[in-house]
Design a protein around this ligand. Structure first.
Ligand SMILES: *Cc1c(COP(=O)(O)O)cnc(C)c1O
Length: 292
């Protein structure tokens, strides 16, 4: 069902004898795309081991996590429930429609209600229902994210670079890094003073020297996509046939190029960019804005 991800060489990310490859996690499956699969795989295993009948989780109207969960549950013969932030109607989206098609029952919550996930979980707790935190956050999510590095021989790279939302993926990658390697995380958010420590706490504090969080490439804030970003996405597609999403991976690739051009990487560095998927998020854009 899932395709092994390929490694693509980026021909134009080569200044100073730098080699840049991208691990195409976006291609493992058209729906269960990217890091959300890796972050949920061990929760799914755990739920099945405990004999659960369904999995419940949380997300917004464009949640890559909810749609991936819906399909993964469908494939595993489990039911799924998605608690959605915001009212039904204006907040319905192609992402949620897809989740519903995979059998997910959607329950809409006000922003106020949504903040107290423990209360929701208490209210909706039921026999055979297994709860997963939003985005796959948590210890099994970190462990699953670490398993991304089983998909290729990552030890040949001097630097890994990934997008950072909650930091779960970054923590997983960092926990498995070899001593000669550095991880650079590109935050998709404007201001999150707790993010760096969240990553380091989950990865193991002894990895502190191997991690850098870049917070200058958010393009105005989470999910903001000004015209410069869309034009970069079109340009990258033309140069490298690399499709990216507006929330995470376009900002990731932009940051990698900007850092190469400002000599952030030593000559001869070997960089692995983690393409974490999420392309269906682009469905929120008007048609025709992007060529892919
Ligand atoms: C969710 C997501 C991320 C962020 O992952 P975290 O583990 O929350 O940091 C990055 N890229 C894509 C495409 C995602 O969908």
């Amino acid at each position: 069902m899932l395709q092994k991800p390929r490694i693509q060489v980026l021909k134009s990310f080569t200044k100073n004898h730098i080699c840049t490859d991208v691990l195409r996690l976006d291609e493992i499956h058209p729906v269960i795309s990217g890091n959300k699969w890796y972050k949920m795989r061990y929760y799914l295993e755990d739920a099945l081991r405990l004999g659960a009948r369904e999995i419940a989780s949380f997300g917004g109207a464009y949640s890559n996590h909810l749609v991936a969960l819906a399909m993964a549950c469908n494939n595993a013969g489990l039911g799924s429930i998605g608690f959605v932030r915001g009212e039904a109607g204006p907040n319905s989206s192609a992402t949620l429609e897809a989740a519903r098609e995979y059998g997910m029952q959607l329950i809409y919550l006000s922003r106020e209600q949504y903040k107290d996930k423990d209360a929701i979980q208490n209210q909706y707790q039921a026999i055979g229902r297994y709860f997963v935190a939003e985005g796959g956050y948590g210890a099994l999510g970190v462990l699953g994210a670490a398993s991304i590095l089983d998909e290729c021989d990552a030890t040949v790279y001097s630097h890994l670079v990934c997008a950072v939302g909650s930091g779960t993926m970054a923590a997983g990658l960092l926990s498995r890094l070899a001593p000669h390697q550095q991880l650079i995380g590109i935050s998709s958010q404007k201001n999150n003073p707790t993010l760096l420590n969240a990553v380091l706490n989950d990865a193991g504090i002894e990895k502190r020297g191997q991690f850098e969080l870049q917070e200058d490439f958010h393009f105005g804030g989470f999910a903001k996509h000004p015209p410069e970003l869309l034009s970069y996405m079109r340009d990258l597609w033309e140069r490298e046939s690399l499709a990216t999403d507006i929330v995470y991976t376009s900002k990731l690739c932009y940051a990698v190029e900007a850092m190469i051009n400002s000599n952030r990487f030593e000559a001869g560095s070997r960089i692995l960019v983690i393409h974490s998927g999420g392309l269906q998020g682009n469905l929120s854009l008007n048609k025709g804005l992007l060529p892919f």
